[in-house]
Design a protein around this ligand. Sequence first.
Ligand code: SAM
Length: 327
Amino acid sequence: MTGLVDSFSRRINYMRVSVTDRCDLSCIYCTDRSAPHLRHDDILRYEEIEQVIRAAARLGVMKVRLTGGEPLMRLHLHRLVEMLAGIEGIDEVSMTTNGTHLARHAAELKAAGLKRVNISLDTLKADRFRHITGEDRLRDVLRGIEAAGRAGLNPVKLNMVVLRGVNDDEVLDFARRTVTDVWHVRFIEHMPFVNSTSRANGVVPVADIIRTIEASLGSLEPCFPGSGNGPAKYFQLPGATGTLGFIGAVTECFCAECNRFRLTADGGLRPCLLDDDEIDLKGPLRSGATTEELEQLILRAATLKQKQHHLGDEGIPDKRRMRQIGG
Ligand code: SAM
């Protein structure tokens, strides 16, 4: 096989790019509130990210997802979108966002070439939103969801991390919205990073979430939305136009189908979210590496990609926070 293929014959065609480690929310399961932020100089400039993606595209990467931290904390993000969307071989630039600033930016991002967004939303209750995120911004996120739809960033997918004893009683409320509001909701198992402030109560398995939904709202029919190229399995409730996705990050290992790399905000190329192996690209970029040299480093990263993560109940022994790696 040619192109970017790892030691287990998995083709890598998708890159998640963290554009900053900063976020305006501090979710209890994601952020270590005491962890220091990267220095401004250590964060890749847009031109540097473009160089990396140009090299990756020559090796077969076709899809890029911007993430963080909160990507909309970076000024003029639409300029980066435009730069990446214009690279030969890149056929989709998308973004994962907490949605707090999306209402203001949705239209300019769409015009710049952003195809779609995933928006993180763990609760529909304002007081609980404040508890989980540390901020009173639920209304802004709901506005962001509407603005994204209006701007044509479709399908807008809503990611809910299900936390036992925190928001698991809202699964049915989210599921009903796939019928009443055409929402596309994805339930994600909480990955137990060792140092996260809220590790603990144990994962709510997607199998249990499915049972809860079917017991109250009817049988789920499998469906295959064209936009899904990741680990989610999709279903629909009777009469729904929206979809329900389930990502069993802990109980259903999907490493065998993994097609992605991650680029951290400070230029670490990471073959796996859950493994601390990284290849530094910032040093070479700032020493004038050519596209061919970057390609060689990206190919080397493919040889480091492990067959499978080692996520278990004991948690992930992370050196890096989720907001630094890029979720
Ligand atoms: N700020 C953006 C956002 O909120 O979508 C992008 C970065 S955030 C780290 C990306 C996604 O990772 C969010 O949907 C968040 O809920 C998820 N996430 C963070 N920590 C997680 C964990 N321990 N387990 C599962 N998902 C997690």
